[in-house]
Write a protein that binds this ligand. Structure first.
Ligand SMILES: Nc1ncnc2c1ncn2[C@@H]1O[C@H](COP(=O)(O)OP(=O)(O)OP(=O)(O)O)[C@@H](O)[C@H]1O
Ligand SMILES: O=P(O)(O)OC[C@H]1O[C@H](OP(=O)(O)OP(=O)(O)O)[C@H](O)[C@@H]1O
Length: 349
């Protein structure tokens, strides 16, 4: 008798660039360490998770391969998903923002265009170009998003120049009048004497996790202990823990226990701490004391510690958190499962 082979779960990860390291780090923290020998290796396994098979691709190709079902899951930019597959019934967004790769798709004009400060100014300008027999040219890699955005603002008279990179050079070279491109720090626009205009943000983007709906439906059917649920739960736990420390404040036995602990808890609440709990403890001499635990934003702890000592703390410890699971927290797997079953019902009925 032959053992039935189980198909691998194919996860597509950007091979390099802005979106690569963030996901590899999230996966590693979640307990899914990608074993990749070199950055020229385009396939990898995940230690301890033999069902997963990682393939490295360009972020644009990831959208296509997930759409076509060759990959169950893929990490890409929301900008690329929105441009290519937003209306696809087969691709679904599993996690819209993985917490890195943030950038915006914006309309940028030459700095010298002092009369153009708002997107609405392009309505008249493009009409003027047309009236004088000129073509208003817009360079972009995002023609679908640009067209939809311009239509929304009533901008109709322009020609798209499709291009693959270094668009910021196009206005000064006379290839285009304006560009629609990504920005994050703003340095590239500034260094090329371009600027954003008000109302000119076409899209806010971040790294996202997308999936092939029919493939995911089969995996979701394996339930809460199946590999899809375990991966998504682990990623939820990691993302919920990001930026938080597990704080332990231990109080002097000399300070009146319950009252001091209550004051410390109230102070931490004011500082935005979460999941605050307090209780009685005994030191190794059996002297009674108190303890407050909480989740506190890592960036706030240093500024809090002096006040905690003033209130009666003896020791303040901030421990790194790796996973945070909260009974009322968002479950990506549960909401995905609900969405997939809705899609399934719609398709069958
Ligand atoms: N400046 C930026 N800061 C953060 N994220 C960015 C930035 N620029 C682009 N991104 C994100 O990274 C994605 C592109 O990734 P990257 O440029 O690394 O790969 P690529 O598409 O293979 O690049 P190229 O086509 O230029 O070779 C974009 O679609 C966007 O989601
Ligand atoms: O606002 P900034 O922080 O300056 O970032 C913006 C730049 O980042 C991206 O380019 P990328 O580095 O991906 O190079 P590319 O030209 O190959 O796309 C984007 O296309 C911009 O050119």
């Amino acid at each position: 008798m032959t053992t039935p082979t189980i198909d691998p779960i194919r996860l597509a990860v950007p091979s390099k660039g802005h979106l690569y390291e963030g996901v590899v780090e999230i996966l590693k923290t979640a307990g899914y360490k990608v074993r990749r020998a070199s950055d020229r290796q385009y396939e990898a396994t995940i230690a301890g998770h033999p069902r997963f098979h990682v393939v490295f691709m360009r972020p644009t190709d990831i959208v296509t391969q997930v759409e076509e079902g060759r990959c169950h899951l893929g990490v890409t930019g929301m900008d690329l998903f929105a441009e290519r597959a937003a209306e696809s019934a087969r691709t679904t967004v599993v996690v819209p923002d993985l917490g890195y790769g943030g950038c915006r798709l914006v309309v940028a004009v030459p700095e010298s265009w002092i009369d153009v400060s708002h997107i609405i100014d392009l309505v008249d300008l493009t009409a003027e170009f047309k009236a004088s027999g000129k073509t208003f040219r817009v360079s972009t890699k995002y023609s679908a998003l640009t067209q939809a955005y311009f239509r929304k603002w009533g901008i109709y008279y322009y020609q798209l120049i499709d291009s693959d990179g270094a668009l910021e050079l196009h206005p000064s070279l006379g290839i285009a009048d304006v560009i629609v491109d990504l920005t994050s720090s703003g340095t590239t626009l500034k260094d090329n004497r371009l600027r954003e205009i008000e109302g000119g943000t076409v899209l806010d983007s971040a790294s996202c996790l997308i999936g092939h709906a029919p493939g995911l439906a089969a995996l979701a059917a394996e339930g809460e202990t199946g590999p899809l649920a375990l991966l998504l739960d682990a990623m939820d736990g990691v993302r919920a823990s990001e930026g938080w420390l597990h704080l332990e404040v231990v109080g002097s036995p000399a300070a009146p226990g319950p009252e001091t602990a209550a004051m410390v808890a109230a102070y931490l609440r004011d500082q935005g701490a979460q999941h605050i709990a307090r209780g009685e403890v005994w030191d190794d001499q059996s002297a009674p004391g108190w303890r407050v635990t909480a989740l506190v934003a890592a960036k706030r702890l240093t500024a809090c510690q002096r006040r905690l000592f003033e209130l009666g703390a003896n020791r303040v410890v901030g421990l790194p958190t790796r996973f945070v699971f909260d009974r009322d927290g968002h479950s990506t797997f549960d909401s995905l499962k609900a969405r997939l079953s809705e899609l399934g019902e719609r398709a069958s009925g």
